[in-house]
Design a protein around this ligand. Structure first.
Ligand SMILES: *Cc1c(COP(=O)(O)O)cnc(C)c1O
Ligand code: SF4
Length: 315
């Protein structure tokens, strides 16, 4: 669904939301799969899924300290389409396309739009990976790598398989949650039938994002031997309570997904209204620690441009 009017009508929301939604959608459009909309509650303008996708007036406010490239990605690219910030792993921007447009996204201002990495870009990426055998893990990211076709993904796996020092492929994707029908049998065959260890980091922010279709897609991935992890962004008004975060961890584990990171918001222009400050985040995670087993506690981190890893926020 790309039309704010349609979303607002379908969910029986106040018509007054439309004008702001339309103006905020101008620079970063609404995009949300219908199956995800079906998990929202009608008549609730504060629904935690709706708030992740509905453009709003707060995005148009210019906030000091918020930028267009908050994590320094544009200066960490040794070759077009590849980010190498951390030892042993390199991240490939396979495409700019996503199945959902998250209003808090730190890439919302990125220049790569919906473009896929071109063949010549891939050549540069492969040359770089081949030249550095300290890299054992390739992270496919974007955008969302699972918006690529199976054929395209298969070619990527085949070419990466020619580099003997690579051991793991990790995919960062929201599709198992926002568009579970993407986890087709042929995609599962691809994951099950290659020499790499597979890791998938799904990006779920709230327990309400899970339904039977999501459960089914995660069960297929788990069955194919994919290690499932989750990364969450701490979002004001969406999951900034111990109940919401504990509920998310419990739900993840029911689907055999382990919580990995809980990220403080990257300070992207247009996203300031989602920010939860560090003191509050620490207090929340302290509450979580008191009520969950250690393996269900995500690591609270913050990304800082130039740092050698995601910085732990101690609590
Ligand atoms: C976040 C990120 C990673 C992954 O970091 P992990 O701590 O391994 O999850 C790798 N490369 C880049 C460029 C990143 O931004
Ligand atoms: S799926 Fe990820 S990259 Fe795409 S808009 Fe959402 S947060 Fe951004």
């Amino acid at each position: 669904m790309r039309d704010p009017q349609e979303l607002i009508d379908l969910l029986e929301l106040p018509a007054g939301l439309i004008a702001d939604a339309l103006s905020a959608a101008g620079s970063f459009g609404l995009r949300v799969p219908r199956g995800y909309v079906a998990r929202m509650t009608k008549g609730n303008p504060y629904d935690p899924l709706l708030l992740q996708v509905l453009p709003g007036a707060a995005e148009l406010i210019d906030s000091p300290g918020y930028g267009h490239d908050p994590v320094g990605d544009l200066s960490a690219m040794p070759t077009n389409g590849l980010l190498h910030k951390y030892q042993g792993r390199a991240l490939v921007i396979t495409t700019g396309a996503c199945a959902i447009h998250c209003r808090y996204c730190f890439r919302r201002h990125f220049p790569y739009s919906d473009a896929q990495a071109s063949d010549s870009q891939w050549q540069g990426i492969l040359d770089y990976l081949a030249s550095d055998n300290s890299i054992s893990e390739v992270i496919l990211s974007g955008g969302d790598p699972l918006t690529l076709s199976d054929q395209r993904l298969e070619r990527i796996y085949q070419t990466l398989a020619t580099l003997p020092h690579l051991q793991r492929i990790r995919i960062h994707t929201r599709l198992p949650v926002v568009l579970p029908s993407r986890i087709t049998d042929s995609l599962i065959e691809l994951f099950a039938g290659n020499r790499f260890q597979s890791v998938m980091v799904i990006h779920a922010n709230h327990a309400q994002e899970f339904d039977d279709t999501v459960g089914h897609s995660l069960a297929k991935l788990f069955g194919a031997g994919v290690t499932l992890l989750n990364q969450t962004v701490l979002l004001r008004g969406i999951n900034d309570s111990a109940d919401a975060l504990a509920g998310l961890s419990e739900t993840l584990f029911r689907h055999r997904v382990l919580p990995y990171y809980l990220h403080l918001l990257d300070k992207v222009q247009g996203g300031a209204h989602f920010d939860v400050n560090e003191a509050e985040a620490r207090a929340l995670t302290a509450q979580l620690r008191a009520r969950l087993p250690g393996y269900l506690l995500p690591r609270l981190v913050r990304e800082q441009a130039g740092a050698p890893y995601k910085l732990p926020v101690e609590y």
